[in-house]
Ligand binder design. Structure first.
Ligand code: IMP
Length: 421
């Protein structure tokens, strides 16, 4: 049995939540392997809309097992709040969520540090979601973090107090005000208590490998490959491994156990926060993408930057993760466009390159290939035959350029609005 991995191939917000939800009937087990509440996975079905931040997107399927793996960073307040909302919608979660002992905890002071460090960067800020992600991963790799398993031990209070003190000293150095931290701490400790008493906090790597003997597992990536801490446009990245390899380290599965690598991309591109975006549009077309695609952050509400599909970046992400199939999202957003453009290479310093540059300020100019728009609504299409030829030409071109089949085209936000090829 294998672990199939879903990853975003762009800058996040590709629509991974919908795909996990569509695919979960095939999988009993869904696991998150990196990131934390910076993610916002949107699921829509039966006229209802949910945004998940930490809980795996399998939760709405009956009898599913949803694992929050060791590679994830967890804010207990956000997790418990999310669970309350899911329960309030009539969906039971009891016994359906398993949390790795080795997942690191986000403290209230991590969030303050995130804000303080962003403020200190001034104009060079990353545009973080300010959920404490960077500082929590910093503590993890500097070997001073608190893990979910620690809440089960009697010295948890002592460990927490020591880490909090370290953070307060750092905040004082940065001259950042810590007002409200005591209130936040009370709520955080209450949520930790819920975690401790109501949650299955387990050795998830053993559980994952046991469950793998019984059936395939779906690993649900968060953010996107271009935000990966190694391969993204550093330093404008998140702090985890968003590429396929992150599923191995974030769950404790061997590379040979990876099956399909499902790469999700939008028919165009978006990015939230700062950093390079070669095909970004600052005109009416970009505005139309934002409006039609409701391109506002599911976690922060920020307007997303929009632009044409970038095949240089897409080929790079596919290469790094070894995507075996592609799923194209939000094709319907471009239903009214006269033309659709896609970047096939960049011109750079008088030459042409098909490589994504190391320098974040490289003065690249996209070289575009232009396609005729399909100029008709596609949301009711359910088979390949229903789709307009212009859209199929666009998809075929992407397949030729990437060497990977586009197996699935999403034509609307609902679970049912999909075309399987
Ligand atoms: P952080 O992970 O919150 O520190 O944010 C670092 C960068 O990644 C910022 O540019 C964020 O806007 C971006 N980012 C983080 N999480 C997501 C996500 O789930 N979707 C899209 N962008 C994200």
């Amino acid at each position: 049995m294998k672990v199939d991995v879903i990853i975003g191939l762009q800058w996040g917000d590709e629509g991974k939540g919908k795909i996990v939800d569509v695919l979960t009937p095939k999988y009993k087990v869904v696991a998150r392997f990196q990131g934390g509440p910076n993610a916002g996975h949107t699921l829509e079905f039966d006229g209802k809309k949910f945004v998940l931040h930490t809980v795996p997107s399998g939760i709405f399927r009956e009898n599913s097992v949803n694992i929050i793996g060791n590679g994830v960073v967890v804010d207990p307040v956000i997790l418990m709040d999310e669970i309350r909302k899911i329960n309030a919608a009539g969906v039971p979660t009891g016994g359906k969520i398993l949390l790795s002992k080795k997942a690191h905890l986000i403290l209230p002071t991590h969030r303050l540090l995130d804000a303080a460090q962003e403020a200190a960067k001034g104009g060079a800020k990353i545009g973080s979601t300010l959920k404490g992600i960077g500082p929590a991963y910093t503590d993890k790799v500097s070997r001073s973090g608190l893990r979910a398993g620690d809440v089960l031990h009697p010295d948890f209070g002592k460990k927490y107090a020591a880490l909090k003190q370290k953070h307060l000293a750092l905040l004082a150095q940065l001259g950042y005000p810590c007002s409200g931290v005591d209130e936040q701490e009370k709520e955080w400790l209450r949520s930790v208590e819920h975690l401790r008493t109501e949650f299955a906090i387990i050795d998830s790597e053993y559980e994952v490998n046991e469950l793998l003997k019984q059936g395939d597992i779906l690993a649900e990536g968060a953010q996107g490959s271009m935000l990966d801490v190694d391969f993204g446009s550093y330093p404008f990245v998140t702090s985890s491994s968003t590429v396929c390899a992150g599923a191995c380290t974030g769950l404790g599965v061997a590379p040979g156990k990876i099956g399909e690598v499902i790469g999700i991309f939008k028919a165009y591109c978006t990015r939230v926060g700062s950093g390079p975006f070669p095909t970004e549009l600052h005109d009416d077309v970009g505005e139309q993408m934002r409006r039609q695609g409701s391109e506002f952050g599911a976690t922060t509400g920020r307007a997303r930057r929009c632009g044409w599909l970038d095949l240089v970046a897409l080929r790079y992400s596919i290469m790094v993760s070894g995507a075996t199939q592609l799923f194209m999202m939000k094709a319907d957003v471009m239903d009214n466009f006269d033309t659709v453009k896609v970047a096939v290479a960049y011109s750079l310093n008088g030459g042409v390159t098909d490589r994504y540059p190391y320098e974040v300020d490289a003065p690249v100019e996209p070289i575009y290939r232009e396609f005729r728009g399909w100029k008709k609504p596609i949301s009711s299409c359910r088979t390949q035959q229903d789709l307009p030829q212009e859209l199929l030409d666009y998809v075929t071109f992407i397949e030729q350029q990437t060497g990977v089949p586009v197996k699935f085209i999403s034509v609307g936000p609902d679970r049912s609005e999909t075309v399987l090829r």
